[in-house]
Design a protein around this ligand. Structure first.
Ligand SMILES: Nc1ncnc2c1ncn2[C@@H]1O[C@H](COP(=O)(O)OP(=O)(O)OP(=O)(O)O)[C@@H](O)[C@H]1O
Ligand SMILES: [Mg+2]
Length: 463
């Protein structure tokens, strides 16, 4: 029989879980602290460990580190509240097999337990047999990135994660569908939503991946030089053309041409571009020789190009040419559930870049991050996390280090804040009704964890 060790100081919950798992044929024991878990693991052998993150003596991370030091290879599934999701992601990087969010959905947990036990039963490769902790960690690291699906650029550290919210999944689903085709893709979205990232992702997921990806910032080219930027020129063709120049179309030959801020092109350049795209041939400025080019076009804009067409500043024929497929980038506030995932990712990045070792965000910072409207989207979040990482002197980023516009952000209507004790009961009632009675949703709205909400419900006698 598979033996499972539960590590959780919430006795009622541990008991419920134990009973439930026992009924499903497991041999279950439970302990309430990291110290007790160490003792149990040192004495007996377990097939799997189910651990809470926050324990009275130390945290789940400490347990993971100890297990890895001792060479105990039992898979660990971490259980964590919504407010601590970033720690779950961190724990997976440290070797946890998987995590489940509290309140725990028993069926989901059972599925994850079975998966973990199955994976542990089959060694993946010979390396695993020799050095279990290493082989296992490789696979775990991969899982940590799954949600999180990472795109690695050569040996560079992870520079990209995918959100898990519905809108994010939808976006990446579209990217996967359109990437392998030759269709021209228009990436439309507000500033900082990751348009350039998506353009690169399309290229890397296409058959042209090994070929050049050439990005042109259409907003930054002086109008007189636009033709030369796109099509190149021959020496002496105009004042300043001191040598021959290869344009973006030629440079991107065989690969992908990315035109960023395409709404900024002058009318004249639009005409030239359209011709090049239709004919798939270009001529360098000052030359009569036609050069065939094979490019896949990806464009980005934060403008409403249909409105620009209506105004007469963007050509409808060019629009249709570049817009065989539109990807609409979701704004960060449409992916509220992913904010902490991104924040944790940016924290990792900032730690690396700044040589710091900040562990995470405290509860208030988590609440501020999730409540903020993020008009500057991922870029704003990335900058906020980086500057906070620089400023933080403790283990955790607090509201003191976050930019004022993040912490001062008016809470999303209906507004919830537990700062004002007089109205706490009222706030909780409103959050509950806004969440349709769903307690974990209500806890999210209030920026507190589920346990705290339960305590407060009890305190105010709310049913
Ligand atoms: N999926 C992602 N994972 C991690 N970082 C991301 C992701 N998407 C974007 N970023 C980061 O967010 C920032 C903004 O991304 P990007 O430059 O692609 O946005 P944009 O939509 O082109 O913005 P703008 O309209 O202002 O040019 C960049 O620093 C980028 O590294
Ligand atoms: Mg951009």
């Amino acid at each position: 029989m598979e033996r499972i060790l539960i590590v959780d100081d919430d006795i009622t919950f541990a008991l419920m879980l134990r009973t439930w798992l026992t009924k499903r044929g497991f041999d279950v024991e439970s302990v309430g602290s990291v110290a007790a878990a160490r003792t149990a693991l040192a004495k007996g052998s377990y097939s799997l460990v189910l651990s809470d993150m926050r324990l009275p003596d130390e945290d789940g991370i400490a347990l993971l580190q100890w297990m890895s030091g001792e060479g105990i290879a039992a898979p660990v599934i971490v259980m964590t509240s919504y407010a601590e999701i970033q720690n779950a992601v961190r724990s997976m990087k440290l070797g946890a097999r998987d995590y489940v969010a509290k309140p725990v959905n028993p069926d989901e947990l059972l599925k994850k337990i079975r998966e973990a036990l199955e994976a542990a039963a089959v060694p993946e490769d010979s390396d695993t047999a020799v050095r279990p902790e290493r082989g296992a960690r490789g696979e775990r690291a991969e899982r940590a990135e799954r949600g999180a699906r990472a795109v690695r650029d050569g040996a560079e550290p992870l520079n990209y994660i995918e959100g898990r919210s519905d809108v994010a999944r939808q976006l990446y689903e579209y990217v996967r569908l359109v990437a392998p085709t030759n269709m021209s893709v228009l990436v439309n979205g507000a500033s900082g939503t990751g348009k350039e990232h998506v353009a690169q992702l399309i290229h890397r997921s296409s058959k042209r991946a090994g070929k050049p990806f050439v990005a042109v910032d259409c907003g930054a080219i002086p109008r007189e030089l636009a033709a030369s930027e796109f099509f190149g020129h021959v020496k002496g063709s105009f004042t300043g053309a001191l040598t021959d120049k290869v344009g973006a179309f030629e440079a991107a030959n065989g690969g992908t041409l990315f035109l960023d801020e395409v709404g900024n092109l002058t009318y004249e350049t639009q005409v030239q571009l359209l011709r090049a795209l239709q004919e798939r041939r270009i001529r360098r400025v000052g030359s009569t020789r036609e050069i065939p080019v094979d490019i896949r076009l990806v464009t980005a804009t934060n403008e409403n190009l249909e409105a620009a067409i209506a105004r007469g500043s963007f050509r409808a024929d060019l629009f249709h040419r570049i817009n065989e497929f539109t990807l609409r980038m979701p704004e960060l506030r449409e992916m509220r559930g992913d904010i902490l995932l991104f924040a944790d990712f940016f924290l990792d990045q900032a730690n690396r870049e700044l040589g710091k070792r900040i562990v995470g965000f405290d509860a208030e910072a988590v609440a501020a991050l999730t409540r903020c409207e993020w008009p500057g989207n991922l870029r704003q979040l990335k900058n906020a996390v980086k500057s906070a990482t620089l400023l933080a002197s403790g283990d955790y980023i607090t509201c003191r280090e976050l930019p004022a516009e993040v912490t001062a952000a008016a809470p999303a209507a209906p507004s919830f804040s537990l700062r004002d004790p007089a109205s706490e009961e009222e706030q909780i009632r409103r959050a509950l009704s806004a969440a349709g009675g769903n307690k974990s949703q209500a806890a999210k709205l209030l920026g507190i964890d589920r346990k705290t909400l339960y305590n407060k419900l009890h305190l105010y006698g709310i049913e």
